[in-house]
Design a protein around this ligand. Structure first.
Ligand code: MSP
Length: 511
């Protein structure tokens, strides 16, 4: 497996100005499902996440907490690292922008841009929003605020500039030649029209505060936090070393997963910085939507954000992961409501896959001396169901390549529905007396279909899928997608079945 085709994907690195919440967990879980899928499909995966620790916003938060910025970053970064454990995230690396490997890489990138004539010293005068860490044109302001609603302040200072204006045509050509670079399509149109509207040179250093990476050769300036942050995707690969090591294996990235709020940074500035430094742009950026919570905008400032620990404690880890990836067409906005979560848990998980597995495994346990039965000749209905299960991998490959997690799960659950109908039609509990040989075939077919479902659902619900595979006595080295082709061995002794997806029962209202 280690020899497979490389696949590199990244989450945004999270600002350490605040605690992890549902939004961060969402991006990270989506990436984790992809990383797991690609590994199971034989790819050599590098999955990166981390924390964005410089800039005015973090400096201000540290001041508000009354501690030194580095100590503040250490503490909050650890909370994000803890979130990856809590959510069962399989990241291969965790980068912090205060690490020496990153600082070195950013300074090298700066020097390379300078060497190529992409940077000049000028005077900046304009609007800046600390919350977004972004500059805005006068014309973009809405009622005196950033289009995102963030407060802006007028900034005038000596800054270094990146010649972004010179990249307009080359960026448009790049989007044109790479139609899959930005997804979903609506986001692509948004970016293209922004670039067509004309690009101004971008201020890439600040002098009014010090919490950042010093500009090489001019330490009065610190590097603009977005240039610093975006570079994490290559500094984690060992940049400036490009000829060997991880950079040579994994760059360009297969996918940067981001929220829709930060698409401009990833689809305009980042490819321009990279091309400006003579480096290849990433292959794809996918911008997902935003969750509201019970119909309300979730915001750090409103204080109604949901902590991932709370979700996991209330619903269970795999249920939360499933809900996040099943509920919305990935890319759209949606609402995170208690009712919707409970419906998915009870409808799809407990009554769906959970019930199917429990039903079939209990019948085998009771009627076949807990051994996988030996199938006889297949009837048309058996072959049809097996074919549906065997057709899933190709279908899922297409869906995961497009980050359409909801479609992949829908396809899996169609087979859950097919299998349910098949159990009812075949009625193995009747066959037990009338035709035990036929019962053996029906139960074997069902076990084999459940094995397919369990293997293929691992990326989304790794814990529950592992339990299900244990119950089918599938050995640990037979759980990747290549092993789908190796059917269950009749006669194998199965452990006593146990439910894998408990129903969610509302706690009674206090009297
Ligand atoms: N530090 C920058 C990213 C730098 S990447 C080089 C940043 N960090 S962030 O912590 O503010 O947010 C990161 C991501 O969290 C957003 O892009 C988005 O993916 C996610 N979300 C934050 N709130 C969200 C929701 N309410 N819903 C879904 N995701 C949202 O931006």
């Amino acid at each position: 497996m280690a020899g497979g085709k490389p696949y590199y994907l990244t989450t945004p690195i999270y600002y350490v100005n605040d605690a992890p919440h549902l939004g961060h967990a969402y991006t990270t879980v989506a990436c984790d499902a992809l990383a797991r899928f690609m590994r199971l499909d034989g790819r050599r995966v590098k999955f990166l996440t981390g924390t964005d620790e410089h800039g005015q916003k973090v400096e201000k938060s540290a001041q508000a907490a009354g501690i030194d910025p580095q100590a503040f970053c250490d503490r909050v970064s650890q909370n994000f690292r803890d979130m990856t454990r809590l959510m069962n995230i399989s990241n291969d690396d965790f980068i912090r922008t205060t690490e020496p490997r990153h600082v070195r890489g950013v300074q090298a990138l700066w020097q390379e841009l300078q060497r190529r004539g992409e940077i000049y010293l000028g005077r900046f005068a304009g609007w800046y929003a600390v919350r977004d860490e972004a500059f805005y044109d006068e014309g973009e302001l809405v009622a005196g605020r950033a289009p995102t609603g963030a407060e802006v302040e007028w900034v005038e200072e000596e800054n270094y500039f990146f010649r972004l204006s010179a990249w307009q045509e080359r960026l448009l050509k790049f989007y044109d030649e790479n139609p899959d670079f930005i997804a979903p399509r609506a986001r692509r149109n948004e970016v293209v029209s922004f670039v067509k509207g004309g690009l101004r040179d971008l201020s890439i250093s600040r002098t009014s505060f010090t919490w950042g990476i010093p500009v090489p050769g001019d330490p009065r300036h610190v590097v603009y936090v977005w240039l610093d942050a975006l570079a994490n995707y290559i500094t984690a690969l060992g940049y400036p070393e490009t000829k060997s090591g991880d950079y040579s294996t994994f760059w360009p990235a297969d996918l940067h997963m981001v929220g829709k709020d930060i698409i401009r940074f990833h689809c305009v500035y980042w490819p321009a910085f990279l091309m400006g430094a003579g480096l290849a742009p990433p292959n794809r950026v996918f911008a997902h939507g935003w969750w509201t919570v019970e119909g309300q905008k979730m915001s750090k400032s409103l204080g109604n954000f949901i902590a991932p620990q709370h979700l996991v404690a209330q619903y269970g880890l795999d249920s939360v992961r499933y809900f996040m990836l099943r509920e919305l067409p990935f890319g759209s906005d949606g609402d995170f409501s208690h009712r919707a979560v409970v419906n998915r848990i009870n409808g799809d998980l407990a009554n769906g896959l959970g019930n199917l597995a429990q039903r079939v495994l209990s019948i085998i346990n009771r009627n076949c001396a807990a051994r996988l039965p030996e199938p006889g000749a297949l009837a048309a209905a058996d072959a049809a169901l097996l074919d549906a299960a065997r057709g899933l991998l190709d279908r899922l490959r297409g869906d995961f390549a497009e980050q359409a997690f909801h479609r992949a799960l829908e396809a899996l659950w169609q087979v859950v529905g097919d299998a349910d109908r098949y159990v009812n039609e075949q009625a193995p509990w009747v066959l037990r007396k009338s035709d035990p040989k036929r019962m053996a075939t029906v139960l074997y077919v069902l076990a084999e279909v459940i094995r397919h479902l369990a293997i293929l659902v691992q990326p989304v619900v790794p814990g529950a899928a592992a339990k299900l595979l244990d119950q089918l006595a599938v050995p640990a080295d037979r759980r990747d997608f290549a092993a789908l082709a190796t059917p269950l061995a009749p006669g194998t002794v199965l452990p006593k079945p146990e439910g894998i997806f408990p129903r969610f029962v509302e706690a009674p209202e206090p009297a």
